[in-house]
Ligand binder design. Structure first.
Ligand SMILES: [Zn+2]
Length: 237
């Protein structure tokens, strides 16, 4: 994992595939430095903090969670920030906060389809002892859009996505933090896009004024590169 600077005030840490650790964002601020996504575990948060400290960057005080998936939220408790999320995301976090993590409970969720094999496998990779998992919901929720009046204005808003029903994205300094909003979903061994939702997602992205995007599980791209890639995916459906 590395910390990279993207613009004057915006940094991100690189993703990792083995433990399904997504990119985490950092936005500098004189009062409330902000973290984008909480990471998948206390260990992930610890590494993020160490990279910030090495650059002399203060710990974040605010946290925006882009969607409820475990790899973006199971670090909320350890991040120890005031956490913002959409109402939809928080509903899902509240449900997961009530989950038990015994072998039996984990197996049952796989059987009922509440959990996917992809997530189950990676959770076991990140957590040698899943019983240690603590899911914490957000401190403040919103519907639609919220603006944070920090040193630079930050827009945090819900966006239609083929990946999940609760995706929100964050726009600051021309950078769009997508979380996984651009991703397909795992169906068995394959990753599949819903055609209608992908088309709606592309149309929504076209209207957003950004020059660069930070993707949850891939390197950053320009707006043109992202749209070209998604339009290519759409043409294959
Ligand atoms: Zn996701």
């Amino acid at each position: 994992m590395e910390l990279k600077q993207l613009t004057k005030n915006i940094y991100y840490t690189t993703h990792e595939e083995r433990r399904d650790r997504p990119c985490l964002g950092y936005i500098k601020d004189s009062r409330y430095p902000l973290m984008v996504d909480a990471g998948n575990s206390p260990a992930h948060v610890e590494e993020y903090r160490a990279l910030l400290a090495a650059e002399g960057l203060p710990r974040p005080k605010l946290l925006c969670a882009t969607h409820s998936h475990w790899d973006h939220t199971y670090g909320i408790e350890a991040a120890d920030c005031f956490c913002l999320a959409s109402q939809k995301t928080n509903q899902l976090l509240k449900t997961m906060a009530s989950w038990g993590w015994t072998e039996e409970e984990m197996k049952k969720r796989l059987e009922t389809g509440e959990e996917s094999l992809f997530c189950d496998t990676h959770i076991r990779e990140e957590y040698p002892r899943p019983m240690e998992i603590r899911v914490r919901p957000a401190d403040l929720t919103f519907q639609g859009e919220i603006t944070l009046e920090l040193d630079i204005p930050i827009r945090f808003f819900e966006l239609v996505s083929p990946h999940a029903q609760d995706c929100a994205v964050l726009l600051a300094e021309g950078v769009l933090f997508l979380g996984d909003a651009y991703c397909s979903v795992p169906v068995g061994e394959d990753w599949v896009y819903d055609k209608k939702l992908l088309a709606a997602h592309i149309a929504a992205l076209e209207e957003i004024p950004f020059s660069l995007c930070v993707k949850g599980h891939h390197p950053p791209q320009t707006k043109a590169e992202l749209l070209a890639e998604l339009r290519r995916e759409l043409s294959l459906l």
